[in-house]
Design a binder for this molecule. Structure first.
Ligand SMILES: Cc1cc2nc3c(=O)[nH]c(=O)nc-3n(C[C@H](O)[C@H](O)[C@H](O)COP(=O)(O)OP(=O)(O)OC[C@H]3O[C@@H](n4cnc5c(N)ncnc54)[C@H](O)[C@@H]3O)c2cc1C
Length: 397
């Protein structure tokens, strides 16, 4: 084998790219496989910067990829963690209603859980008090026993170690600059490739466009900020979520419990104008700002989303006090002075369907015999990754 020649090249060493490499190895034990990432370590972006929640899969419309792949991915990720001795904290999760008008939505989530083959239970405020004494609800709450949490970076790193152990080449610090059918150009050399698999997260649209697989989408990044509490580990026992606004692909500000039992508030879904602007001026790109700002006038006219409402409700969440105060509606004992430790922010690689002016709600998989593109790998793609790889790699069987 020439070192610059691979049967399969995966672009992106996040959880999705690594899951793809892992699955291809199972199908083709003797194939030459490489994973390229522009960063010098794995999980530098969404896969190492998320809440680490193993979602159960009850939110999603039964006909979506998200529904089946999250249910199955939850199980596969648990099995992987068990094999690799990675801790999973079996927190479960409660979804609480802030007023009686949200109860119908809770019942709909319960119905979706049933349709998706995911266990959920509608519980009374008294039952909620037993499950999570700190949470408050109106009339009913939804209990999800199969939601859990792990350390997302630890899981991503363990998957990288596994694929390397099994013979895949990990090429860190290699930025893919250009692609063509069966060829990639990186900052550190050119490669011939049998099949290209694009799992580039915030840049997946850019990689897909020259192949003609993403002309109908534009990338709109949304930033997720977090604040850790100073509460004793274990004080909050369950993840506590609000009823989501079904018009948006985001779940609303919630409280999660980390693998170490700490309470954490977030993430936000603040619209931003550069794909990797995690803090201050770092990661800002004038070209990206112009591009993304240029998309907003089209998005503002959306009949599917209350875009101005979304902007007005998200922008104030840059304020720690404002964001933390919102969580009081779910857990009244939350006090902004107890949640002052900033968490590592993450950025969602959310696609906008340009023609329909609609945020894409589902995972999108496109490709042909020369390339495959995993687009809109937004939450819960960390949970779904192993199931998504099984689904997508059927074409390589
Ligand atoms: C704030 C936040 C909270 C979330 N919480 C959860 C959660 O609790 N549970 C859950 O299931 N999901 C959650 N998600 C979603 C989850 O994190 C993502 O869906 C998942 O990590 C996507 O993985 P990925 O591999 O597609 O992307 P990434 O992890 O972003 O990986 C893409 C990789 O591609 C590389 N890359 C990009 N361009 C190039 C190039 N040109 N050349 C080489 N390499 C390139 C990048 O460096 C990066 O490493 C959350 C996301 C965010 C942002």
């Amino acid at each position: 084998m020439a070192a610059n020649n691979f049967d399969f090249v995966v672009i992106g060493a996040g959880i999705v790219g690594l899951a793809m490499a892992n699955r291809i190895r199972q199908i083709h034990p003797n194939a030459t496989i490489a994973v390229f990432d522009k960063e010098t370590s794995v999980g530098e972006h969404a896969s190492g910067r998320n809440s680490g929640v193993l979602h159960a899969g009850f939110y999603y419309s039964p006909d979506s990829l998200k529904a089946a792949l999250t249910r199955d991915g939850n199980k596969l990720l648990r099995d992987f963690c068990a094999e690799e001795n990675i801790r999973v904290n079996e927190t479960g999760k409660v979804v609480v209603a802030q007023n009686s008008s949200e109860v119908t939505a809770l019942q709909e989530l319960h119905r979706r859980g049933n349709s998706n083959g995911v266990i959920t239970e509608l519980v009374s405020p008294e039952q909620l008090a037993e499950l999570e004494p700190l949470a408050k609800t109106s009339e009913l709450a939804l209990w999800s026993p199969n939601t859990a949490v792990a350390n997302p970076l630890e899981v991503t790193q363990a998957l990288a170690n596994k694929v390397i152990r099994e013979g895949t080449t990990l090429k860190l610090g290699h930025e893919v600059l250009r692609t063509a059918q069966n060829r990639i150009v990186t900052n550190l050399g050119n490669y011939s490739v049998g099949h290209i698999i694009n799992c580039a997260g915030l840049y997946a649209d850019k990689i897909a466009k020259p192949f003609g697989f993403c002309d109908d989408y534009a990338m709109l990044p949304f930033k997720g900020l977090y604040w850790y509490g100073n509460w004793a580990p274990g004080k909050l026992q369950r993840h506590v979520y609000p009823v989501p606004d079904v018009r948006n692909p985001f779940l609303g500000v919630h409280l999660t419990v980390t693998i170490d039992g700490r309470a954490k508030i977030g993430p936000t879904a603040i619209p931003i104008f550069s794909r990797e602007s995690y803090a201050g001026f770092v990661g800002l790109s004038a070209k990206e700002i112009l591009n993304i700002v240029g998309i907003y006038p089209k998005f503002l006219a959306s009949k599917h989303h209350d875009v101005l409402g979304l902007i007005k409700s998200e922008m104030p969440k840059y304020s720690q006090r404002h964001l933390v105060t919102q969580a009081k509606a779910l857990v009244p004992s939350v006090d902004p002075k107890d949640f002052k430790e900033r968490g590592k922010p993450g950025i969602r690689a959310q696609l906008l369907d340009i023609k329909n002016k609609k945020l894409e709600m589902d995972f999108v998989v496109r490709g042909d015999e020369g390339s495959t593109h995993l687009l809109n790998a937004v939450s819960p793609a960390w949970t779904s990754a192993l199931a998504m790889a099984n689904h997508v790699c059927q074409k390589f069987d």
